[in-house]
Design a binder for this molecule. Structure first.
Ligand SMILES: *[C@@H]1O[C@H](CO)[C@@H](O)[C@H](O)[C@H]1NC(C)=O
Ligand SMILES: *[C@@H]1O[C@H](CO)[C@@H](O)[C@H](O)[C@H]1NC(C)=O
Ligand SMILES: *[C@@H]1O[C@H](CO)[C@@H](O)[C@H](O)[C@H]1NC(C)=O
Length: 456
């Protein structure tokens, strides 16, 4: 049955009438017309139909189609079936393709968006479409898109973008370069520049690509300094050093690549980044700031010695942080404050040093009872080697005069998982160390991130 598939796909490419009257060669229309008739005749026996809101869902040759053509739609609907392979959205009112718009349809092989009013495609609009083969965007209002929109679709082999008013200037450079790669034979054929005047009518496929950015510099070279010309886009460092996977979930595999630093321009849609088994020594502030969807970060088996405050900024949704097998001795004050939703923290196999500096980590863990952690054992100084760090902190509290003010340590309660008093004790020390008063311990039921923020 699969044999039929290429024919159907071909039909999808050819069948829809161009908005502006016939433009295809006569030779093409004959067979396309016949095929079209066959599509209309899909009520025949053996073809299942089912209404999905206003769209029609059907199976043909074992493949699932959702036909939503000409239905005034401007966005995808949450109730559309997730397992469809061909999504027909021609002749609707789509204007902007938003990041992750099609991420609910990871099985898609065909996406037909021709004859809409699309003028913008966000860089991650096609994120998750790792199986997409055919993307139809002809007869829209696109002036420019970046090659980045294509990255999530490694199997794309038909891209139709003609009859869009392409603006052949510097921002289009990366896309044009991609289309001109010889192996991308069926990507972007027939698309032409609409502006600037000097390039009007040139095909993107054959345009002298070096003109794109040069042109802009010349045009604006007169009196005004050239307005922000975007630099020629190189492949982002992360994309050249790591392997991106988009199925079933977007993840970056940067494991075992001899990296000495976090690669720049990590794609923002990643759910998991594996940086394990490298030689990273130092996490600097805000290197993950754009990874707003990150849930799992694996930094195990590096040589991490230092993590700056704000290194984890932006990782609001991180669930799982693996720092095992590194050279960490303590956490700098405040390092963990960005990790509101952390659930698992792996700390094994680090030379944790049981002195005053380790208290911040223990204190933070107490305030976040939902975080399960592992491997927090003293490795220095010798007298505490092998102790659980929590036990070390308890003895410290026991000797510390400031604890007397907090009504003494309730050791029994502490053994059963910590008490407010103990938290208070640790906080007392923190206050001493910071030279400023810290807020009272928050009520145990709900460690709210907002109250924690006041500490830093
Ligand atoms: C790993 O990277 C370092 C520099 O960071 C280099 O000196 C070394 O040769 C690299 N090792 C391998 C196996 O590539
Ligand atoms: C991190 O990577 C290491 C080895 O590369 C692996 O053994 C470990 O399970 C990973 N941790 C998580 C949390 O996935
Ligand atoms: C710990 O990391 C070192 C390199 O830093 C590596 O050689 C070793 O295999 C790792 N151990 C484990 C248990 O992953």
């Amino acid at each position: 049955m699969r044999v039929i598939t290429p024919l159907l796909l071909l039909m999808l490419i050819c069948s829809a009438e161009p908005r502006k009257g016939p433009r295809s060669k006569d030779g093409e229309r004959g067979p396309a017309g016949k095929l079209k008739g066959k599509v209309r005749g899909r009520n025949r026996a053996g073809v299942m139909r089912r209404q999905t809101q206003e769209c029609t869902e059907y199976t043909e040759a074992g493949e699932k189609y959702l036909d939503c053509q000409g239905r005034q739609l401007s966005s995808v609907m949450p109730n559309w079936p997730r397992d469809i392979q061909h999504l027909l959205l021609a002749r609707n009112k789509f204007k902007v393709l938003r990041d992750n718009m099609f991420a609910n349809f990871p099985q898609l092989k065909t996406l037909d968006l021709q004859q809409n009013a699309i003028f913008m495609v966000e860089d991650n609009a096609f994120s998750g479409l790792s199986r997409l083969k055919i993307l139809l965007l002809q007869h829209n209002n696109l002036k420019s898109v970046s090659e980045e929109v294509l990255l999530p679709m490694p199997r794309l082999n038909y891209l139709r973008i003609y009859d869009n008013p392409w603006s052949c200037q510097c921002p289009l450079d990366s896309l044009v370069r991609t289309l001109q790669v010889p192996s991308n034979r069926n990507l972007g054929n027939y698309a032409k520049c609409a502006e600037p005047a000097s390039l009007k009518g040139e095909k993107l496929k054959t345009l002298k690509v070096d003109l794109l950015c040069a042109e802009e510099a010349q045009v604006e070279g007169g009196e005004d300094p050239p307005a922000k010309i975007p630099p020629i886009k190189k492949k982002p460092e992360a994309m050249s050093l790591c392997r991106a996977h988009y199925f079933p979930q977007p993840r970056m595999d940067c494991s075992n690549k001899n990296l000495s630093h976090i690669p720049s321009e990590m794609p923002s849609e990643m759910h998991k980044i594996d940086l394990s088994r490298n030689g990273i020594k130092h996490l600097r502030p805000k290197q993950f700031l754009l990874s707003k969807d990150l849930k799992v970060l694996n930094l195990s088996s590096n040589n991490l010695q230092q993590i700056d405050t704000a290194a984890f900024s932006g990782l609001l949704h991180l669930h799982n942080l693996d720092l095992s097998n590194n050279s960490l001795r303590y956490f700098q004050y405040g390092v963990l404050e960005d990790l509101y939703f952390l659930r698992t923290l792996l700390l094994d196999n680090n030379p944790w040093t049981c002195d005053y500096n380790i208290h911040y980590l223990v204190y933070w863990l107490k305030l976040h009872p939902g975080v399960s952690y592992r491997g927090l054992l003293c490795s220095h100084p010798a007298e505490f080697r092998g102790w659980r760090v929590e036990d070390y902190v308890k003895t410290y509290n026991g000797e510390c005069p400031i604890d007397k003010q907090t009504d003494g340590i309730d050791n029994e309660a502490a053994e059963h998982g910590g008490s407010e008093n103990e938290v208070q004790g640790v906080m007392g020390e923190m206050a001493e160390g910071q030279g400023e008063l810290l807020p009272q311990p928050i009520k145990k039921k709900e460690p709210s991130p907002f109250e924690i923020i006041r500490l830093s």
